[in-house]
Design a protein around this ligand. Structure first.
Ligand code: HPA
Length: 267
């Protein structure tokens, strides 16, 4: 039996058979949403092969249950490329999600903004991304399925529904291009200037590998950034992980309202 089939069985035995309608992966400092799910929390440590989420600001557990009347599977922790040098660390959790019968994924992250109209506390809906880190989670995959088209990776239907939810909540949700930098060091001011020229609107250290994996597995996917700071050199604020965690709740409260409404109104 494959690992994902085995883990899906284990999860069903604890959380029930009903397939999740949505998977969600929560970014740094954005874990509060998991606590609003009525259901069962399974620590990653109980799920062999799941990453040991080693970044503060993440709670390494899978919460399966009901949120706004929808069945959801919320991943409180993610593994980042910079933790291990492996871009595919979230492959098994996403394979398990697909195995559970889920076909839609919403990703959240904390990001630095390159646009004056998206100050800290803003949200940004990803319209597209640039995998600037140069890595790919499908390197080593042997089947022809590895040649995943990315033209429509950021699902139009999910984006429209998220935009509608934001409008209904009175939350401004501009679309923009997310640039994936490997981290863990933050960008230099010169890199941020270059990123701007290349067409990035926000930068971060996650999400893109998961988008690629999700498309590989046939999941529809959309992602929202919570802006915690301006990119390096664009403001006087000092950039740090502590600053990211401290600023995330500002946008996270808005994001939570949008996601709750999105789930409530989704069909
Ligand atoms: N750069 C990269 N990742 C980030 C940033 C940033 O400025 N802010 C939060 N995550």
């Amino acid at each position: 039996m494959s690992k994902s089939v085995e883990l899906a069985r284990l999860i069903r035995s604890r959380a029930g058979d009903q397939p999740p309608e949505y998977g969600m992966i929560l970014g740094s400092g954005l874990g509060h949403l998991a606590g609003t799910v009525e259901g069962v929390a399974i620590p990653y440590d109980d799920l062999p092969g799941f990453p040991h989420a080693g970044v503060s600001g993440h709670v390494p557990q899978l919460v399966i249950g009901t949120l706004q009347g929808r069945r959801v599977a919320v991943f409180g922790g993610r593994s980042h490329y910079y933790e291990t040098g492996c871009a595919d660390a979230m492959r098994l959790p996403l394979e398990v999600l697909a195995e559970l019968g889920c076909d839609r994924l919403i990703l959240t992250n904390a990001a630095g903004s390159l646009r004056a109209d998206m100050p800290p506390g803003s949200l940004m809906l990803l319209s597209d991304h640039i995998a600037f880190a140069g890595a790919n989670p499908l390197i080593g995959e042997r089947t022809d399925a590895r040649f995943v088209p990315m033209t429509d990776a950021h699902d139009l239907g999910l984006r429209a529904a998220l935009a509608a939810a934001a409008r209904a909540e009175g939350v401004v949700l501009p679309e923009g291009v997310y640039g994936w930098f490997s981290g863990p060091s933050f960008e230099t001011p010169a890199e941020i200037r270059a990123a701007k020229v290349l067409g990035m609107d926000a930068v971060g250290m996650s999400t893109v590998p998961e988008i690629i994996l999700a498309r590989f597995l046939g999941l529809r996917v959309a992602a929202v950034s919570v802006i915690t700071n301006m990119g390096a050199g664009l403001s006087d604020e000092a950039i740090s992980h502590d600053h990211t965690k401290a600023m995330a709740p500002l946008g996270a409260a808005k994001l939570e309202r949008v996601l709750h409404r999105f789930l409530r109104d989704s069909r």
